[in-house]
Design a protein around this ligand. Sequence first.
Ligand code: NAP
Length: 220
Amino acid sequence: MRSLIIGGTSGLGLELAKILRDQGDEVIITGRKNPEERGLQFQRLDLDLGEQLRSVIDTFVSALPEISRLIYCAGFYQEGNITELEPQSISKMLDVSLNAPIWFTRELLQNQGTLKEYIAITSTVQEVPREREIIYSAGKAGFAQFANSLSLDPRVKKVMVVIPGGMKTRFWQATKHDIATFNDPTWVAKQITDALAIDFEYAKVRILRNPPRTEVVETR
Ligand SMILES: NC(=O)c1ccc[n+]([C@@H]2O[C@H](COP(=O)([O-])OP(=O)(O)OC[C@H]3O[C@@H](n4cnc5c(N)ncnc54)[C@H](OP(=O)(O)O)[C@@H]3O)[C@@H](O)[C@H]2O)c1
């Protein structure tokens, strides 16, 4: 398989990349900082680009070889209620969490016609309301339902929506959150790759913490 991991340079995306590489996949990772990890092909890609986002993704996808597995893992933490957040911050969050995966999916399917596996990394905020993560939660919930609807498209063979709880990653680095009980991203990545072995067209998988546990909530 050839896997493309958007947001594969750090945290959960990087752990997924390493597991898939060790399983024999050719793995392309994107982000802004190259982790210099053995055997992973890094391609720099900014995602909070406003009006240029669609054409940048179009150009990026046009240069790709055929992809069998797309993992959309990019995301960042943002805190503020709906009036505290500046318009530019709101646009950036919507670009990274919702607009970019939509354009990626569209361009990839237009270019190659089919896609074997599609993995959408969302968050428990898509199910649990948080006043001060309001745009992040909107982006993740929108992305989850986008992927659910995509699973009805016969060109995409397998769709998994992953709903992780807290993980010990760079995501939290600029915050004061206590992440002591958060999950190890290596363990979370293993839960995801193990769940991929299940036979499904659509699966919704929660990976919760304290205690760490995996719930396959829905399959069809
Ligand atoms: N950590 C948690 O507690 C937690 C909980 C639930 C869900 N999640 C979700 O899990 C996913 C992975 O997060 P993580 O915890 O592994 O965080 P992370 O270590 O900070 O990784 C985030 C990834 O997204 C990329 N990214 C972020 N903003 C970007 C931008 N503007 N342009 C291009 N790439 C960008 C980063 O690339 P560069 O840094 O190289 O730019 C990196 O590869 C995210 O979707 C996050 O929302 C995280």
